[in-house]
Design a protein around this ligand. Sequence first.
Ligand code: ZN
Length: 383
Amino acid sequence: MAYTVHKLTDYSAAALERASDELTSALERETNAVTDESGLKQFRDRWMARKNGVLTQINDLWLKAAPKDARPAVGQKANWLKKHVEGMVEVAKNRLALQRAPLHEYGGFIDLDLRVDRVDISLPGMHRPIGAEHPVIKTTNEMVRVFQKLGYSVADGPVVETDYYNFEALNFPPNHPARDTQDTLFIAGQQSKTQRERLLLRTHTSPVQIRTMEKMRPPIRIVIPGTVHRNDPPDASHTPMFHQIEGLAVDTNITFGDLKGTLDHAMKEFFGSSVKTSFRPSFFPFTEPSAEMYVSCFICGGSGRRGADPCRPCKQTGWIEILGCGMVDPNVFEFVKDNGYDPKKVSGFAFGMGADRIALLKYGVDDIQLFFQGDVRFLEQWA
Ligand SMILES: [Zn+2]
C-alpha cells in the first residue's frame, strides 16, 4: 500500500520516531521498486515535488501544525528526512545507471553520475603519458649492467638493519670512532635490546655483503644497488636518503690488481673508453688496504678547464672522486668463516659508490634535492 503522510496527533519523541520509521521503510520499498527512467521520475516527484511531494506534506502537516514547544524537534527530524529522501533518490538513480552500463564497459573509471548521460564515443580518449626513468635509477641500472656483463649477480637486503650487520660484522666495533662518520638514524624504543640487535636505517649497502656471504659459499661476485639513510640535513649535495651501488668479489687469490683491473674496465664502460683511473690511499674499517678511486674528468677531458672557464665538477683538478674500495679486511671474513670464508684461504675486494652523485655529474645537475622533489618538469627532461 502506498505511503501517505498522516497528521501527527502526538508530538512526543517516541511518536515522532514511529512516524519517521514508517516513512523511511516506505521510502526504502519505493526506492527498490524503481526499475526504469519513468519510474525514477515518478519516484522523485512523489517524494520531492515542491507541490504536494511527501517532503512538502511533512513540512505542512508535521512542522507547521506542531505546537510551539515541539517545533525544534520536528524541524530537526524534517531536515534529516529531507536529506535521507534526497540520498535515496540518488541511490535509485545510480542503481539504474549501473544496470544500463556495467562497470567493466568503462574500465570502472567513470563517475556514476556521468554514466547516466550518454557516452560520446567521438571524444578523444584519456591520455596517459608514459613516464621516464628517474636519472638516479637510470644511472644505477646502467652501472649494474656494467658489472652484470662481468659476471656479477645482483644482491639486495633489508633497509632496516641491525647494528650487527650495519657495523659490527663490518669491523666497526662498538664505540669505534669510525661509527661517528656515518650519522645514523636509529629506530626508537630499542633500549631493552643488546646493541648488536638494535635496529637502524642502514647507512650503507655493505650489510648485504655479510648477508650474502652467510648464504652463499665462495667464490662470489655480487653487485648491490639500494637506498641508504644518514642523518644529513638536506642541502645541494646532501640528502637523508640516497642510493649506493656496492660490489664484492671473493675467491682464492684475488689481488689488488684484480680490483684495479675490474674497476678501470667498469669506468671505461660507463663513462667512455677515454677515461683514466687513479687510486689514492684511504681508510675504511672493512677493507685493508683501502683506496679512493678517481676518474679523469669526463666533463673537461682532464684539462681542468672548459674553454676559458674553470671546470667546476672537478674543481680544476682534472680528476673526480667516484668510489671507495679496497681488499676485504680479514676481520670481516672472520664473521662468516664457518661458511667457507677462511681468511687464510680466500681473499676479495669490495667497492661502493653513490649513485646520486654520479647522476649529478653525468646529467650536469647542480642540486641533489631536485632528484627527490618529484617535480615532473625537472624529471621529464630525461623522458
Ligand atoms: Zn673537469
